[in-house]
Design a protein around this ligand. Sequence first.
Ligand code: PPE
Length: 304
Amino acid sequence: MVEKTEKIWMDGNFVDWDDARVHVLTHTLHYGLGVFEGIRCYKTPKGSAIFRLKEHVRRLFDSAHIFQLDIPFSMDDIERAIVDCVKVNGLQECYIRPFVYIGYGAMGVYPKGNPINVSISAWAWGSYLGEDGIKNGIRVKTSSFIRNHVNSNMSRGKVSGYYVNSQLAKREAIGLGFDEALLLDTEGYISEGAGENVFIVRNGVIKTTPLTSILDGITRDSVMKIALDEKMSLKEERFTRDELYISNEVFFTGTAAEITPIREVDSRTIGAGKPGIVTKRIQEIFFDSVHGLVDKYSHWLTYI
Ligand code: PPE
């Protein structure tokens, strides 16, 4: 169960958690076109801070733009509302979920004139793939489900409906005893996890999937900046599942998943079967950054 807080922001006002309701004919509930973000707020020595707030709000508006959803608030309004949502709920560390959805009005796939509603919720959410996963790595299964084709779903948008594909993959992986699913793209190359981007490290070179079939992850971007600043060798390049099997290290990145090492893929041990040196170094810098301990990346933080 999600950990209940006090208030949820809905269309400009805070309402009590239990009163944050919608009509059953809310368009997005039926047809899946809603756009959202996942953002984390962390404790730092100078109080709580939201990680890369501006980039998340920018991506929310980009998602809305791609799908022609006219958000009736400015980016500044939403940024302020996100900060306020953490504040009014007295949360020190939390996950924040802004959601833009098509409201109640017409039914059918052309909802002309329906309101565009916005909500912002925040709650305490621990590690997505488990504390043990972050520390020791997880076991992953290549999915029999393929990531959405770029011309059927546009992956630069973070859209509710896309997560049907993620749920199919994740259920399959869990059903088979794995922790998470890894999806291929329509050409058979590695795409991303059900809710994470993926990186491999082989012979000292870090590779991550190029921005075609994947979400342009903000954690992915942070990891790429960290790797370049650390003078590590990094390529955005397609790779196949067998290249992944023979990598020295593999890890997932995401706001919810943070940086989660992968120790096994399709019953093949990755490297030494435990988080490798590159993964651990990047994890350390990332976690120090979100907790306000790295001056170089202090511009990534918005203090509450
Ligand atoms: N790919 C997908 C498909 C994805 O859902 C996410 C985030 C990412 C990559 C990483 O993006 P970023 O968070 O900007 O680094 N997934 C969100 C939702 C997870 C959920 O189950 O809910 C998240 O991590 O917040």
